[in-house]
Ligand binder design. Structure first.
Ligand code: NAP
Length: 298
């Protein structure tokens, strides 16, 4: 019989991931801070836990997918956290994007109670979470990765064990440098197309499958053209990740000029109260500099 899976954090990503575990036949017990978000999942066959500790007490493998480092610390190490309920031998899998250093510290605290941990941050956006095609970057012991593989396969497609605890998070930060670099390139390109007076949809059709193509361009350029700012990934969370990148680069002495620039461009949007927009709204920062908008008649 497969292991029972706990799921903590049913946000944009967690909803889809937990649903795919149910679809794959896992018995799932879920908890979300805002309890209304568990309702849809319970209607599809999940159980609702009373707290992270309660979920952990009922499950063998406990997945967390919450926002930031302090949030992971709260749901795993807090008063009603996973550590208070988990049995020795349980496996905690953190799919949030957080600090590699903090990840190693959390893993050590869990290990002191005989609880195993993998960091398994994800990429692929809300679309990847819903379709079960996430990219998963894993840090931790090989035997724990092997144990978790059926769970990973239910949620993702490209599953890579990188190294020890923290290694998954380090690769996720590398991933984020590419995500925002691609995002800025997309925004500049669409601004140029707009200024050049060419049809934006035809521009997209002509180049998205060529050498200039990217996940970002394929999935988010159509949203920009429609001026649809609904988030697959919010600017606030993007900034959280860029802070982690800038901290790691500072610690390691690595120059990351483009990432710093993009962090500051996003900051101008946060200052305007746009932190809840999707990360492709980066184009608005360039529009503010250019004095015209993409997708609107000039
Ligand atoms: P989201 O929609 O904002 O959801 C965040 C989730 O975390 C919600 O369930 C929220 O609960 C919970 N949460 C936050 N702080 C908490 C706390 N202190 N205690 C308990 N629960 C807490 O975010 P998301 O897009 O799903 O992202 C989740 C994680 O995946 C983040 O680390 C993000 O960086 C990463 N990620 C996201 C994407 C993406 O495209 N969206 C892609 C890759 C990785 P409430 O419902 O109560 O607010």
């Amino acid at each position: 019989m497969s292991e029972k899976v706990g799921f903590i954090g049913l946000g944009i990503m967690g909803q889809g991931m937990a649903r795919n575990l149910l679809k794959a036949g896992f018995s799932v017990c879920a908890w979300n801070r805002t309890s209304s978000k568990t309702e849809a999942l319970v209607a599809e066959g999940a159980q609702a836990g009373k707290s992270p500790a309660d979920v952990a007490a009922q499950c063998d493998i406990i997945i967390t997918c919450v926002s930031d480092t302090p949030d992971v610390e709260a749901v795993i190490l807090g008063e009603e956290g996973v550590i208070q309920g988990a049995k020795a031998g349980s496996l905690v899998i953190d799919c949030s994007t957080i600090s590699p250093q903090a990840t190693r510290a959390i893993a050590e605290q869990l290990a002191a109670k005989g609880i195993h941990m993998l960091d398994a941050p994800i990429s692929g956006g809300s679309e990847g979470a819903a379709k079960g095609t996430l990219t998963i970057m894993i840090g931790g012991a090989p035997e724990d990765v092997e144990r978790a593989m059926p769970v990973f396969k239910a949620m993702g497609k490209t599953i890579t064990h990188i190294g020890e605890n923290g290694a998954g998070q380090t690769v996720k930060l590398v991933n984020q440098v590419l995500v925002v670099g691609n995002c800025l390139a997309m925004c500049e390109a669409l601004l140029l197309a707009q200024a050049g007076g060419v049809d934006l949809q035809k521009t997209f059709d002509a180049i998205s499958q060529g050498a200039a193509g990217s996940w970002m361009f394929t999935n988010r350029a159509p949203q920009i053209i429609r001026r649809d700012w609904r988030p697959g990934f919010t600017i606030d969370l993007q900034q959280k990740d860029l802070r982690l990148v800038l901290d790691a680069a500072d610690e390691l002495g690595v120059p990351v000029p483009a990432t710093s620039l993009i962090f500051n461009l996003y900051r101008t949007l946060e200052a305007k109260g746009l932190g809840g927009d999707g990360n492709h709204a980066l184009v608005k920062a360039l529009e503010n500099l250019a004095g015209f908008e993409v997708g609107k008649a000039q």
